[in-house]
Structure formats: structure tokens, C-alpha cells
Design a protein around this ligand. Structure first.
Ligand SMILES: [Fe+2]
Ligand SMILES: [Fe+2]
Length: 311
């Protein structure tokens, strides 16, 4: 017997999660952050209910969940495609989950999306390449939106391998991935044929000690994961302010690790002089990327200093 509430929904400390989330939304004293996270919970609940899926009956049932929303595709640099799914329930203006496909001799996916989004993202990839031709499955760090459907992709693409840094493979992926991952050293390049991606270890940036990012050298595209996360459903590619919206979202989610090396790690990315930033949550950016990264680094340095000051 699973851990279920009287309405059949999942429990947390004896109370159905969806019920708690509704309580938060009806609480006039709830913080904006609490409301945003409640929206995330209710979105998941709605997706599973729509699919007639009991999320607790088996892990496989979650895979059968169908999304009620659309994944859109845009080319943000030559043969680099952003696939984006908008979730209106999260935060005051909704939230996007983006994956990136590099179309090359050895096609590479950056972010798998969570398991419930797999059917929609798979259909989007299939319009660009045969899914079974996928060679590399990559992501920034180990969370469900980054890599929840990793094994579904491994099953769909028999030649594909997960590629990640040493820490991620050692701590998690040797166990979580259905096939052994390819271990990448810091700054190692994967030659995809007509594209080249450099693996960059960025521990705790934005979060998790196995965190890493990818830099595609021929287009100077930095796939920067959760960095610059912002809310809303903007255009696929923008060139105006990306730091201001990121500061707003950071104050809402508080998702980034504030450490003494957060700023310097982000500044080292500015030294790559990217032409495009591919964001996991929000619009991609093709303005002055080095300036934006330096401004973001300064923002986190200031947040760290403020957090360490007596109040
Ligand atoms: Fe994350
Ligand atoms: Fe994310």
C-alpha cells in the first residue's frame, strides 16, 4: 500500500501535497516564493491527473504522463535549437523549461527535461533528427528538470551515452544511468563532427557539487543551464537586459549557491567571450554576453556580502 491521502494523492507528513499547495495559494500571508513553489506542485499534480496516472503506483506510470502543453522549437545559433515548454502555474508569470539540441554528426542534447515532459520533448527532437541518432545526453547537474528522463532517452537512442564530469559520474551517474556514463575531464572537448563542445566544471554554480556547463566553440554558444534563470514566457532570443530579470527570479527561488567562488566561477565564463547564452529557464541571450556574466558575478558577490553582514 502506497503512502496516500484519502483523495489518493501523495502525502507529506500525513497531509495530501495538493491540498497543502491549495492552502498556500489561498493564504493571503503566503510569500511570493511559497506561492511559486505551490504552483510547481499543483502543475505536477495536474499533469498526472490529466493522464489518469497514479504517481505512486509505480515509477513507470510517471513516464506515461502526457503534458497538456506545447513544446516550441527555435534555432538560437546555427544548428543549435532551443526547445521550450511553458508552465503557467509556476510563479506569478509562469516559467519555461528549455532543452538544447546541437545538430551535428554526433547530435548532443543538453537537458533531458523531467520524465513527465519526455513525450513532448521527444516529439520536438524528432522533428530535427531521428531520435535514435542521438549520441550524447548531457545536462548541467542532477535534478529532475535537468536529467529526469535520462534513461528514457538512453532507451530511445541505443548509441547514446550520458557524458558528465568526474564528480557527477562518481557520485550519481554510475548508479543512476542505465548505461555507463562517459567521464569528461575539466575543459575536455567532445568533437561532434562539425561542432565542438567543451565541458567546464563549475562546482556549486549554480548549485550542486557536480555542476558543469558546456561551451560550443564554433558558434561561441554557452549552454549556461540555470544561470540567468528568469520567469515568464519571453521570446526565444533576446539582446536586452537579462540580469535584472535574473535578480528578480533569484529573490523568488533563492536557487543559487552563494559561495566565495560563485562570482569568480561566473567571471571565468565571461572570459570565454560567448556570443550566445542558452538559458534553461527563460529567453536565450545574444547581447553582450561577457558583460552580462560579469554583472551576474557582481550581483552574487553583493548577495554573498549582504548575507554575511549582521542585520
Ligand atoms: Fe538546477
Ligand atoms: Fe533547471
Amino acid at each position: 500500500m502506497g503512502n496516500k491521502g484519502t483523495d489518493g494523492g501523495p502525502l507529506t507528513h500525513g497531509v495530501p501535497i495538493a491540498s497543502l499547495a491549495h492552502d498556500v495559494l489561498n493564504d493571503p500571508e503566503a510569500t511570493v516564493r511559497e506561492v511559486a513553489l505551490a504552483g510547481w506542485v499543483l502543475h505536477e499534480d495536474r499533469v498526472l491527473q490529466h493522464a489518469g496516472v497514479d504517481p505512486l503506483s509505480s515509477p513507470g506510470n510517471r513516464r506515461k504522463a502526457k503534458m497538456t502543453m506545447e513544446t516550441t522549437t527555435d534555432e538560437i545559433a546555427p544548428d543549435i535549437f532551443r526547445m521550450s515548454t511553458f508552465v503557467p502555474e509556476i510563479g506569478p508569470t509562469g516559467f519555461t523549461f528549455n532543452q538544447f539540441l546541437i545538430r551535428a554528426d554526433e547530435p548532443l542534447l543538453f537537458h533531458t527535461g523531467p520524465r513527465a515532459m519526455y513525450p513532448s520533448i521527444n516529439a520536438a527532437v524528432a522533428k530535427l533528427i531521428p531520435v535514435e541518432a542521438l549520441r550524447w545526453i548531457t545536462f548541467g547537474h542532477i535534478e529532475s528538470d535537468e536529467c529526469g528522463s535520462m534513461n528514457q532517452w538512453l532507451e530511445a537512442a541505443p548509441q547514446a551515452a550520458v557524458a558528465h564530469g568526474e564528480v557527477g559520474c562518481m557520485v550519481s551517474l554510475n548508479d543512476l544511468a542505465d548505461r555507463p556514463p562517459r567521464v569528461l575531464q575539466n575543459k575536455e572537448v567532445l568533437d561532434l563532427g562539425d561542432k565542438r563542445v567543451r565541458h567546464l566544471d563549475t562546482p556549486h554554480v549554480p548549485h550542486c557539487w557536480e555542476a558543469r556547463l558546456l561551451f560550443e566553440e564554433t558558434t561561441r554558444t554557452l549552454l549556461c543551464g540555470d544561470l540567468f534563470t528568469h520567469l515568464g514566457k519571453g521570446p526565444a532570443l533576446i539582446s536586452n537586459d537579462v540580469v535584472g530579470p535574473a535578480e528578480e527570479a533569484e529573490s523568488l527561488f533563492k536557487a543559487t549557491c552563494l559561495t566565495p567562488t560563485t562570482g569568480s566561477t561566473i567571471r571565468s565564463l565571461a572570459n570565454l567571450e560567448p556570443a550566445v547564452l542558452g538559458l534553461m529557464h527563460g529567453s536565450s541571450f545574444n547581447g553582450d554576453c561577457a558583460q552580462a556574466l560579469n554583472d551576474l558575478a557582481n550581483m552574487y558577490d553583493e548577495m554573498l556580502a549582504a548575507a554575511g553582514s549582521p542585520t
